[in-house]
Design a protein around this ligand. Structure first.
Ligand code: ATP
Length: 238
């Protein structure tokens, strides 16, 4: 399978504060990759750097073989990347449907957009029921569904998901992860998942990167990572 994402020597800084120190990672098309690490390790910054958002970067980023580093964020969206930021980034004053429509911003294929509305409502029936409701009044789980649904409306090849489980009840998290698994299997959308809950991430991922202080310190399959003593101690509680 071809490489969907190839990153080499990625550095990132907020002003004078350097946060990423030469990250390398790659993802095969169709894969689910988990990015784990302690608070402040630089996971969120890595996702921001990949879409060239809010952070200054150097290094090489290739998406589907095309250089993406130094390109404007809209260009990266057109290369097939959709970012679901931490805090979800939904427009709270707009309705569910308006938020989804914004996800399709810039697309001219009306029939395709209509299909994608159906697809998103198919995955998240709750969003259809609440299509006219103001996003700010949705439950936390519904808002996370909306954030993922909005990202899907750009028909991405690669979804960057920042802590989708954050602040949600375990049953809601289970449902959302099951839907992410289906989106990956049925639509072939690749997922780069930042997740505090390592056990959950290892269940869904086929490749795992572990970050510490702005560097990748371990890469392997979930089995390999589970077998690592330090990982078991720090991230898996035992
Ligand atoms: P968490 O799990 O706590 O979200 P993380 O691994 O996602 O952590 P980042 O959010 O990428 O880590 O943060 C990495 C470092 O960059 C931290 O030291 C953080 O304080 C710093 N940082 C993040 N955003 C900014 C910003 N906008 N301006 C300055 N520093 C920032």
């Amino acid at each position: 399978m071809p490489m969907l994402l190839e990153v080499e020597g990625l550095h990132a800084a907020y002003g004078a504060s350097r946060v990423l120190h030469g990250i390398g990672l790659s993802m095969r098309a169709g894969s689910v990759t988990a990015l784990l690490g302690a608070n402040g390790a630089g996971k969120t910054t890595t996702l921001r750097a990949l879409c060239q958002m809010a952070v200054r970067t150097t290094g090489t980023i290739r998406i589907g073989g095309e250089r993406a580093d130094g390109r404007p964020t809209e260009r990266i969206v057109r290369l097939g990347v959709a970012h679901v930021p931490d805090g979800r980034g939904t427009f709270l004053a707009l309705s569910t449907e308006e938020n989804l429509r914004l996800g399709a911003y810039g697309r001219r294929d009306r029939a395709g957009v209509a299909e994608d509305f159906e697809r998103v409502y198919g995955y998240f029936p709750r969003l259809r029921e609440r299509s006219g409701q103001q996003a700010g009044t949705l439950s936390g789980g519904e808002q996370q569904m909306l954030a993922i649904g909005r990202a899907l409306m750009s028909r991405p090849r690669l979804l960057l998901l920042d802590e989708p489980s954050f602040g949600l009840a375990p049953l809601v998290v289970r449902d959302i992860f099951e839907i992410m698994r289906r989106i990956n299997a049925e639509q072939g959308v690749s997922i780069l998942l930042v997740e505090q809950n390592a056990a959950l991430a290892l269940d869904i991922a086929d490749s795992v990167y572990l970050m510490e202080s702005g560097r990748i310190v371990l890469n392997g399959t979930p089995q390999e990572v589970r077998g690592n003593d330090a990982v078991r101690r720090v991230y898996l509680g035992g």
